[in-house]
Design a protein around this ligand. Structure first.
Ligand code: PEP
Ligand code: MG
Length: 603
């Protein structure tokens, strides 16, 4: 049914693409549990066991799918869930309730889980306290299966489905069947939410942070998802459908065309070679890196290896992950960042203090330099993996040169140990830092003289320069990397790096902002690192630019005073310089649409 009046709402574009489909409203079914007396308790115990078996089977399937799509490290989270489900103490406790009270399996199970959760929630140990949330989740699955209520299976939805949900967990996202689901929309979340990062690796269009989508749509509604602009059109008109079908076809056509750049390097019109690298969160993401023709990895966020786990990963486990990535990249640079925990990223098994200002608190390198055994284990794993490819080590959240020197001393200690053990590693392994604090940007040259490379983390650099929380949706309009203060910090970082003779890349979201390519190239950035799906487009942009013209653009915009004025000039420049330019004839007469819409690099 096509309506005459459509409704448009806005969200945050989390993973690019256009989709037209029918809504599947993903909401939990309600289970009302009545405490019924029973005559035959054996029967209830049998049902309880069957419910547990069925839950285990489902979790194993989800685990398998997750491993297939997203890799072993993300799948490992479900091992912990299965262990909790199979806890014999819990099972015995529930069967005792059935026998003592002569009640049905569901009521006893609910009581048992509640008691267990309460007991866990009151424990001192933070890790065990966190397990209460997992148990609630698993308990629900077990209850549904015992009661014979079907659990929604996201892996078997009809063709052309758009999922609308309050939020999607990693297990939900892992189950999505990419043949039938064409997009998802959630009420909460930002660009750096787990589900958004997964959507980008799956190349599934997604819009998040929509506020109240679930109360605006019902299953079966036709919806357009424009995840290039963050627009959702509910019950579109015929005319709107036609317009977006064309936009979708153009998006696919452009994607196909850009594939031709896969094996090319980004060389600008004046002959400057620029790195087009990708960011990854797990070894499995290398598939997307290779598919999109990235020429290196500019950021491997190792914290997912730590977060999707129920304990610290061992040196060998880390080694295997880093080695896999290094080998698959066949000598291309692989920049691996040491654990960046804290801020909005917590570890269930590690006691992190409750802080008033977590982003200004005990996070990243600060944690690693206080708990040096964590850094040592990671350095040893990285060094050992460096024998299998081109690994570079990167330290996050640096603001003081002493931090670099202390980290380097630990790295040297690890090298000496491995030498004694006879292990092979790259003795000249590069050690670099992220430029994420204004303190580094202001004094870039002195920091640059202490390290082998820089990478600008604009997600944090923007938040720290502007004093605007990157995850706070109430002030997201203020979070703007085109603010002249942030651009100045970026410019200073590049200048300082080059004065000291080191290379500088960017791995914050701004590197993938199609509007910003000319500005960053003009400032002299050596490599752009972004979501793998953004690589072809940024490569294309670079191939259509002339360095001198971009330098002039930078001179012009750095004299302006507001982000609005800057963006206006940048957009005009892009329109004149990046449109209808051809690369070796391949793109002759091709209109790239020039939809340079994304104006900020929100995280
Ligand atoms: C950044 O801050 O720009 C960055 C790349 O790091 P993260 O987003 O992981 O904090
Ligand atoms: Mg950061």
């Amino acid at each position: 049914m096509v309506s005459e009046m459509s409704k448009k709402i806005k969200g945050i574009e989390a993973s690019p693409g256009i989709a037209i489909g029918k809504i599947f409203l993903y909401q939990e079914q309600e289970l009302v549990i009545k405490t019924e007396k029973v005559g035959n308790t054996d029967n209830e115990k049998e049902r309880l066991l069957e419910g547990r078996e069925k839950s285990k089977e489902q979790l194993l399937k989800i685990r398998e799918k997750t491993a297939e799509k997203l890799g072993e490290d993300k799948a490992a989270i479900f091992d912990g869930h299965i262990t909790l489900l199979e806890d014999e103490d819990l099972f015995d406790e529930v069967t005792e309730i059935i026998e003592d009270e002569n009640i049905c399996a569901e009521a006893a199970l609910q009581m048992g889980i509640d008691e267990y959760c309460e007991m866990l929630a009151n424990l001192e140990d933070e890790y065990l306290r966190e397990r209460a949330a997992d148990l609630k989740d698993i308990g629900k699955r077990w209850l549904y299966n015992t009661a014979g209520i079907e659990i929604i299976d996201l892996s078997s939805l009809p063709a052309n489905t758009i999922i609308a949900a309050k939020d999607l967990t990693p297990s939900d996202t892992a189950q999505i069947d990419l043949n039938n689901v064409v997009a998802f929309i959630t009420e909460v979340g930002g660009k750096t939410a787990h589900s958004s990062i997964m959507a980008r690796s799956l190349e599934l269009p997604a819009i998040v942070g929509t506020g109240n989508i679930c109360s605006l749509v019902k299953s079966g509604d036709t919806v357009i998802v424009d995840a290039l602009k963050g627009d959702i059109i509910i019950n579109p008109t015929e005319e709107e459908i036609g317009k977006y079908e064309e936009k979708r076809n153009n998006f696919f056509a452009e994607k196909e065309l850009l594939k031709q750049l896969k094996d090319k390097e980004a060389i600008s019109l004046d002959g400057t070679k620029v790195g087009t690298w990708a960011n990854i969160g797990s070894p499995k993401d290398v598939d997307g890196v290779l598919r999109n023709g990235a020429t290196g990895i500019g950021l491997y966020r190792t914290e997912f290896l730590f977060m999707n786990n129920d304990r610290f990963p061992t040196e060998d486990e880390q080694f295997e992950a880093y080695k896999t990535v290094a080998e698959r990249m066949e000598g291309k640079p692989v920049t691996i960042r040491t654990m960046d925990i804290g801020g909005d990223k917590s570890l269930p098994y590690m006691q992190l203090p409750k802080e008033e200002n977590p982003f200004l608190g005990w996070r990243a390198i600060r944690v690693c330099l206080d708990r040096t055994e964590i850094l040592k284990t990671q350095f040893r794993a990285l060094l050992r993996a460096s024998a299998f490819g081109y690994i570079k080590i990167m330290l996050p959240m640096i603001m003081d040169i002493t931090e670099i020197r202390r980290a380097r001393a630990i790295l040297e200690e690890c090298k000496a140990e491995l030498q004694t053990e006879g292990a092979k590693f790259d003795e000249n392994i590069a050690l670099g830092i992220m430029v994420e604090t204004p303190a580094v940007a202001f004094r870039a040259r002195s920091f640059a003289e202490e390290v082998d490379f820089f990478s600008i983390g604009t997600n944090d650099l923007t938040q720290y320069t502007l004093a605007v929380d990157r995850g706070n949706e109430h002030i997201s309009k203020l979070y703007n990397t085109y603010n002249p203060g942030v651009l100045e910090a970026i410019r200073l970082a590049i200048k300082g790096a080059h004065e000291a003779g080191i290379t500088i890349s960017m791995c914050g979201e701004f590197a993938g902002d199609e509007n910003a390519t000319a500005v960053l190239f003009g400032m002299g950035l050596d490599a752009f690192s972004m979501s793998a799906i953004s690589v072809p487009k940024i490569k294309k942009n670079l191939m259509t630019l002339d360095k001198k013209k971009c330098e002039e653009l930078v001179d012009t915009i750095m004299k302006l005073r507001t982000s609005e004025e800057i963006l206006e000039v940048v957009k005009k420049f892009n329109k004149e310089n990046m449109r209808e330019t051809c690369w070796n004839g391949v793109f002759a007469n091709m209109d790239f649409g020039n939809e340079y819409e994304s104006e900020t690099s929100r995280s």
